[in-house]
Design a protein around this ligand. Structure first.
Ligand code: PAF
Length: 282
């Protein structure tokens, strides 16, 4: 199993393998690997290429220092989990200095409207940070395929923009959200919840399904009112946003009966832990 932490070494390996006609699959992660990541890896294993999982908790995408410090980190565990899946998977686990040799600063991108809403609105410069690290990784790996989860749908659209502008040869594969038995979207942050709050957080997916089941039966205003009230009445729960948006540009939808493809997006803060989710309504 290859485990590398130096950019130069990775580039050497990639160059050699590309010359031998191997395709490169890249799965960028911040570690604390869970079933959601394993699903991305399984999708990558369906391709014939060489699979690289990068593990790096990227400070420039956190706008809150405590959130960065509290973000779960477990590199040895992660390596062992990957070994169990397949010893053919390569790991890139760089140091902070390796990824940010000079200043630990994000670059500034212009993603326009898509960066001004939802996660972009509530976490200033979050997507600049994500785009900075993902661009660095794409630069190193020049991947043929890269895999991202649908749970972070807005992030996936940002990645699409980066690819369309700068890394046109890379193919973005967006994989379905993997859920806990109670419906909660799997995320590294779930382990920061108490057992009680983990169980109660099932309300988030339940409310998304409620919206899907009642589209066309209840007005959007009423749907929103019911969902806000069901979530905010739980102690420690605070609904940050609940938006109905079109799938392509994330423009707000005002009429749920329109012909557009619509998704509902939600963010709930549970005892300070930020949980996001979304599902396709139609
Ligand atoms: O989705 C994530 O885990 C991170 O935002 C990513 C894409 C690995 C960049 O740090």
């Amino acid at each position: 199993m290859i485990i590398e932490n130096k950019v130069k070494n990775v580039q050497k390996i990639i160059k050699k393998n590309k010359c031998n006609g191997k395709e490169i699959c890249l799965i960028p992660t911040m570690g604390s690997l869970h079933k959601g990541h394993f699903f991305l890896i399984e999708e990558a294993l369906k391709k014939s290429g060489e699979i690289w999982v990068s593990i790096f908790v990227n400070p420039t995408q956190f706008n809150d220092l405590d959130d960065y410090k509290n973000y779960p980190k477990s590199i040895n565990d992660d390596i062992n989990k990957i070994k169990v899946l397949s010893d053919k998977i390569c790991i890139f686990s760089p140091s902070l200095k390796e990824m940010y040799p000079n200043d630990v600063k994000h670059d500034t991108f212009n993603f326009g409207y898509i960066d001004s809403i939802m996660e972009g609105e509530f976490r200033s410069n979050h997507f600049n940070g994500v785009a900075t690290i993902v661009s660095k990784l794409f630069e190193i790996f020049k991947p043929d395929f890269t895999f991202f989860g649908e749970k972070d749908f807005q992030q996936a659209l940002i990645i699409k923009k980066i690819i369309n502008k700068t890394f046109k040869k890379t193919k973005l594969i967006i994989c379905n959200t993997v859920r806990e038995k109670n419906g909660l979207a799997i995320s590294s942050r779930n382990q920061l919840l108490s057992e009680k709050k983990f169980i109660k957080s099932a309300i988030i997916y339940k409310m998304l399904v409620f919206a899907k089941d009642n589209i066309g039966k209840i007005s959007m205003q009423k749907l929103k009112k019911i969902i806000y009230s069901n979530i905010n009445k739980l102690p420690g729960f605070e609904l940050e946003y609940l938006d109905f948006r079109d799938t392509n540009y994330l423009k707000k939808v005002t009429n749920l009966n329109s012909n557009e493809n619509i998704r509902v997006f939600i963010c709930v803060i549970v005892d300070g832990v930020r949980l996001i989710d979304n599902i396709k309504l139609k």
